[in-house]
Design a protein. Structure first.
Length: 151
């Protein structure tokens, strides 16, 4: 029996079979894990979607109540935008996406400290809104847009 085992390579066949069984079980576990992760992600998306729908539904909802004989109304929102932001943030971290995206923008203009003041004034003048020709209404606010801003 030992000679036949060595001649036909039973040990190698057994090792190969055990590797196949192990690989199949690992594949099965990986598939179960992937299915569970997909299920959790889908559930999280459903919760976020339901929250959005509930928030939209409650936006115009009001509740009346009485205090000292006077009837008052107040808005009734069970889900607020900050609650949805938290849910979306948690979902982003669950799927491995960045939870914060920082964006830097610039005009691509470099102004040196040695720049000629007249050139800077001309640049500022070209950036200010221009007055419509023939219109005198609002000329003061158009000439100085900073004075028209409310703080």
């Amino acid at each position: 029996m030992n000679q036949r085992k060595n001649k036909e390579g039973w040990d190698a066949l057994r090792a190969s079979y055990e590797r196949q069984v192990e690989n199949k079980s690992l594949e099965h576990l990986a598939q179960k894990r992937a299915n569970k992760i997909a299920e959790i992600q889908l559930d999280a998306l459903n919760v976020i979607h339901s929250g959005i729908l509930k928030m939209a539904e409650d936006m115009d909802e009001v509740e009346t109540y009485e205090v000292a004989g006077a009837t008052h109304t107040r808005k009734v929102m069970r889900i607020h935008p900050r609650d949805l932001a938290i849910l979306i943030d948690k979902f982003q971290s669950l799927i491995g996406a960045p939870t914060q995206i920082n964006e830097n923008r610039n005009l691509g203009i470099e102004v040196l400290t040695q720049a000629d003041p007249d050139v800077l004034r001309d640049l500022l003048g070209s950036l200010r809104p221009r007055q419509v020709v023939g219109s005198t209404e609002g000329a003061a606010s158009l000439a100085h847009p900073a004075s028209a801003r409310s703080n």
